[in-house]
Ligand binder design. Structure first.
Ligand code: NAP
Length: 277
């Protein structure tokens, strides 16, 4: 039995990851920036690093990601990596994002490089856009207007089910087979947003359509949802990269690491149907 620290343990990827590790009999510390409510939770704030050293003491391997809302992801991740090394942790798995390595100077890439050069065993996983965005970030337009409203044109994305990311992270934390490598994680096929809308319509029985909007039209909604202005602009930048075709590529990393084919959008939609009906 090993001890794992999971950052973002209440999040879309971290929650299934923590559950799976616990189900496999491991000791899991579920990090939260809020006051802990359960015995397996530890308080840790990546912004201030408060609680980091305590949370890492006695940990074998840690999973870390930058919480959404921060454009200087390096400022959150680098001190955590340093603290992990100081605490004698063997390995850190960093969830980054597909495309993060397009520019060496990008904050998320700087975080990746810091881990890669830390002397720790490491993995970087770079998932493509999550399927779960349709039941979170993009839910409002679907609920209120029956529309996926995005500035992504007819470009396709190989959306990934967050549960597959968790399955990959679990293997990387528990084994050393894939140590010291970075992986782009995608679903098995690329779909455009009209095709996504068609799947959601079929599964829910509701009429859901894709409508392209301008980045300028999306921005106020992002701000209203509480995103800081710089993070809203960051999201618009990566949505522009989606429109330019950079989210289309597929990889076999989920199959290779988790040992199963990635979940389909159809299956995701069936599992999350209650979100849209
Ligand atoms: N959505 C996508 O399409 C996509 C694609 C590629 C990569 N990503 C990456 O995925 C990550 C988001 O993962 P997710 O969707 O699983 O997360 P999420 O569901 O948005 O949850 C965020 C998590 O961060 C924790 N958190 C918030 N503030 C914190 C702080 N100051 N210190 C420590 N923890 C804090 C929250 O826990 P508490 O509230 O309990 O503190 C929560 O568990 C981001 O780094 C993003 O770049 C997302």
């Amino acid at each position: 039995m090993s001890t794992f620290l999971i950052i973002g343990a209440s999040g879309t990827v971290g929650a299934p990851l923590a559950r799976q590790l616990q189900a496999a009999g491991h000791s899991v510390r579920r990090a939260t920036s809020r006051a802990p409510q359960a015995a397996d939770q530890v308080q840790l704030d990546l912004q201030t690093q408060a609680g980091t050293a305590t949370a890492l003491a006695g940990v074998d391997a840690a999973f870390v990601m930058a919480p959404p809302g921060h454009v200087r992801q390096d400022l959150l991740i680098k001190p955590f990596v340093d603290a992990a090394r100081a605490a004698g942790v063997s390995k850190v798995v960093l969830m980054s994002a597909m495309g993060a390595n397009a520019f060496e100077t990008a904050p998320l890439r700087q975080a990746e490089l810091h881990l890669e050069h830390s002397g720790l065993a490491w993995n970087v996983i770079r998932p493509n856009w999550f399927m779960q965005n349709f039941n979170t970030f993009w839910l409002h337009g679907i609920q209120t207007q029956g529309k996926i409203l995005l500035p992504t044109g007819q470009a396709k994305g190989s959306f990934i089910d967050a549960r597959d990311i968790a399955a990959v992270a679990e293997v990387l934390l528990k084994t050393s087979t894939f140590d010291n490598q970075a992986f782009d994680l995608t679903g098995a096929e690329a779909l455009d947003h009209a095709q996504v809308a068609a799947v959601l319509s079929r599964v829910t029985g509701r009429s859901i359509a894709y409508e392209e909007i301008t980045p300028e039209a999306l921005r106020p909604g992002l701000l209203q949802a509480g995103l800081p202005a710089d993070y809203a602009d960051f999201l618009l930048m990566i949505l522009a990269a989606f429109k330019d075709g950079h989210a289309e590529r597929t990889t076999d990393a989920v199959q290779r690491i988790a040992g199963r084919a990635p979940g389909t959008l159809e299956q995701y939609a069936r599992d999350y149907r209650a979100a849209w009906v």
